[in-house]
Write a protein of this length. Structure first.
Lengths: 237, 202
């Protein structure tokens, strides 16, 4: 049973839909490990959440039924042609291209992705780049929205005002984004609400306590250059 | 490079069983996303590459990141557990109630002609925002006085259900921060008194 929590406060929902292939490309080589992805114990669980800073931007891909151009990615020994892209090949992430300019996501933004099916993290052999494949549908919620007449933030002002009123302090879009990420990153969330997540969008249980809301700071995504802070790398060579 | 299988916290990066790496915990090795083991796939994708300083550094960083993530997930569980004790409902946040029979609002398709299944939760509001939410003290005052009046009108127990009562008890003192100090203190005191009376009566 879904409880009446506030759903995503993002204005304008996802930028991806069922039947659309989408490929997010990162130049941040730690993207894979940075992606706070969680998935439930169920095979078809819809809930995978991730946040990353992307440097290149969103490459929007063609709908399955429209113009197709096969893209082959060599992923180790596994080659796939599952990705389709509009008039671009994998090497032409040209920032001046029409595709890039029209992208709803600017450089160095962050987004929360909710894939509809399995979210595969794959890596390219040559450069260590990582990509995220949200096949079988899914949604991505960028923190920033650069479309004309929108933004700059993709979080509803009404939600921010509502949170601010209850917390007795100003609340920023960034804070809210981090809080949502922190709450949805919990494995217990996916397990506890696995049944509901099959059918409905994730509901965000914003805490009443402002102190608890403020504890989301560790989820603020680090920049590409940053090193792990709290837990040091452990392997010894 | 051709990594061996992980065994008791260690693995070999080279096919001739050199470049031994130890200190990789079982949890890190088993960490998977959507059923795919991350570290295994990372190594698998780099098979054939020379095991040089850059690769070793990258490997160490990925392992560190995974360890950090595992730690973060555990903390997220803790955080969620506390958050679920008292949550802000849509009503408390001033969002309209959802109409379950028609969850979609009349939202225009976006740049790509996409009309989201989620619908716009806050339709008809100004499109632009500066990303910082502040409250209107007048509205806060009105809501606090309303809550106080409801509490005063109740005779034996709080006029809200248990969950809402818990939320309001946390939120009321916080909301008062938007008001002048003296007024805020007075309201907090009056509300605490009413809640004590109702708790005693129950």
């Amino acid at each position: 049973m879904v409880e009446p929590w506030t759903m995503f406060g993002f204005k304008g929902a996802g930028i991806q839909r069922r039947g659309t292939f989408c490929l997010f490309v990162f130049t941040n080589r730690y993207a894979a490990a940075n992606c706070s992805l969680s998935s439930g114990g169920r095979r078809r669980c819809r809930a995978c959440f991730m946040t990353v800073e992307i440097e290149i931007g969103l490459v929007r891909t063609a709908n399955r039924s429209t113009k197709k151009k096969s893209l082959r990615l060599d992923i180790g020994r596994w080659t796939t042609d599952a990705f389709t892209m509009i008039e671009h090949t994998e090497t032409s992430y040209d920032q001046n291209s029409k595709l890039f300019r029209e992208s709803t996501i600017a450089r160095f933004t962050r987004f929360l992705a909710v894939p509809g099916g399995s979210g595969d993290l794959v890596s390219r052999q040559d450069s260590g780049q990582h990509s995220f494949r949200g096949s079988y549908g899914g949604y991505a919620f960028p923190l920033c929205d650069n479309r004309a007449g929108h933004g700059p933030f993709n979080v509803s002002p009404n939600l921010l005002a509502g949170l601010a009123a209850n917390y007795g302090a100003p609340v920023s879009a960034q804070d809210t984004f981090d809080a949502i990420l922190a709450l949805l990153s919990a494995t217990s969330y996916t397990l506890r609400f696995a049944e509901d997540l099959e059918d409905v969008f994730p509901h965000v249980p914003f805490p009443s306590d402002h102190a608890l809301f403020s504890k989301r700071r560790p989820w603020a995504v680090k920049s590409a250059q940053s090193k792990p802070s709290r837990v040091r790398p452990t392997p010894r060579f | 490079m051709r990594a061996s299988d992980w065994s008791e916290g260690a693995l070999f990066l080279c096919a001739n069983r050199t470049a031994r790496v130890s200190g990789v915990s079982a949890a890190v090795w088993a960490f998977s996303v959507s059923g795919y083991r991350l570290l295994y796939r990372w190594l698998d994708a780099r098979e054939g590459l020379p095991v040089d300083h850059a690769l070793v550094t990258a490997f160490r960083d990925v392992v560190g990141r995974i360890a950090e993530l595992i730690d973060l997930f555990a903390r997220a569980d803790h955080l969620l557990g506390h958050a679920l004790n008292a949550t802000l409902s849509r009503e408390v946040l001033g969002s309209p109630k959802r109409n379950r029979s028609s969850p979609m609002s009349s939202q225009t398709p976006d740049l790509f002609g996409f009309k989201p299944a989620q619908g716009d939760l806050f339709a008809d509001e100004p499109a632009r925002n500066d990303g910082v939410g502040v409250a209107n003290p007048e509205a806060v005052r009105a809501r606090l006085l309303k809550l106080l009046a409801e509490a005063r009108a109740a005779e034996f127990r709080p006029p809200w259900n248990e969950r809402t009562t818990r939320t309001i008890q946390i939120v009321f003192p916080q909301m008062a921060n938007w008001l002048p100090h003296d007024e805020a203190e007075q309201l907090r005191f009056a509300f605490a008194q009413e809640m004590r009376r109702l708790t005693d009566a129950a």
